[in-house]
Design a protein around this ligand. Structure first.
Ligand SMILES: NC(=O)c1ccc[n+]([C@@H]2O[C@H](COP(=O)([O-])OP(=O)(O)OC[C@H]3O[C@@H](n4cnc5c(N)ncnc54)[C@H](OP(=O)(O)O)[C@@H]3O)[C@@H](O)[C@H]2O)c1
Length: 251
């Protein structure tokens, strides 16, 4: 795997789960890393752990002025951006009837509006060449009950990624998506569901998976590392699955 020595990587949602594992992997491979997320305590703790070559900027991706500040701080500190991991996201399982306007707006604001404007506002600072990696989901490519809102969000991310791959490659910016399968993070536990429901859902996910387990954030991070590095220099507009075979029809 190529080193990320000399590169600057920005990870939204870099203080938890897949974003954190990826920020650690980028950093371990020599990158200077900009971490963002809302929770200041975890951001500070992770910066302390990583030590050198790190900038943590508390940012709510639903607030465009905060994204502006994030990009400005990253540029002031490190002078450029080579890698953008568009990762911050939320999930709440609910049937079609259960989703109200507030829940719709909340999820769309983080998962789509936040992702869209993160890329738009990073653009002036992105180097040539650069790599943008979106966090997609198996939800975007299949039908899973009680997840219509999340599925619509992630479907939009996959579509956005393809459109931007075409639009930005002329500027030397490669855009790709990781199609992530069920991974052991706080995403689902933060959703507000009861522990009993979460356990039942985990059992169903594990049962469906050909590997019979959830993914680890580090397993997704290794795919992000590939897409971030020059090893993927010919990979543009792709959707690479890190899903343990979730999308296979194993019957
Ligand atoms: N885990 C899975 O099974 C799975 C499967 C497919 C796709 N994904 C995608 O992977 C991404 C990361 O999720 P994860 O599983 O690692 O979950 P996680 O551990 O809950 O991490 C989510 C991250 O997003 C950040 N975030 C949430 N709302 C934000 C906001 N308004 N502004 C800025 N940051 C915000 C969180 O930080 P703060 O709370 O500090 O803001 C946190 O760092 C998401 O896009 C998710 O949809 C996950």
């Amino acid at each position: 795997m190529s080193s990320l020595e000399g590169k600057v990587a920005l990870v939204t949602g870099g203080n938890s789960g897949i974003g954190l594992a990826t920020a650690r992997a980028f950093h371990a491979n020599g990158a200077r890393v900009v971490l963002s997320g809302r929770d200041r305590e975890t951001l500070n703790e992770i910066s302390r752990q990583l030590g050198q070559r790190v900038l943590a900027v508390p940012t709510d991706v639903t607030k465009l002025d905060e994204i502006d500040r994030l990009m400005a701080r990253a540029y002031e500190t490190f002078g450029k951006l080579d890698i953008l991991f568009v990762n911050a996201g939320i999930f709440k399982g609910a049937s079609l009837e259960e989703v109200d306007e507030a829940a719709f707006d909340e999820m769309l604001n983080v998962n789509l509006k936040g992702a869209y404007f993160t890329v738009q506002k990073a653009l002036p600072f992105l180097n040539e060449p650069a790599s943008i990696i979106f966090n997609g989901s198996v939800n975007a490519l299949t039908g899973i009950v009680d997840s219509s809102l999340y599925t619509a969000n992630k479907g939009a991310i996959h579509a956005l990624s393809r459109a931007l791959a075409a639009e930005l490659i002329g500027r030397g910016i490669r855009v790709n998506t990781i199609t992530i399968g069920p991974t052991a993070t706080r995403l689902l536990t933060r959703s507000g569901s009861s522990q009993a429901l979460l356990d039942a859902q985990d059992r169903a996910r594990i049962n469906h998976s050909p590997l019979k387990r959830l993914g680890l954030p580090e397993e997704v991070a290794r795919v992000a590392l590939f897409l971030a590095s020059d090893d993927s220099s010919f990979v543009v507009g792709s959707e690479i699955a890190a899903d343990g075979g979730w999308l296979l029809n194993t019957i």
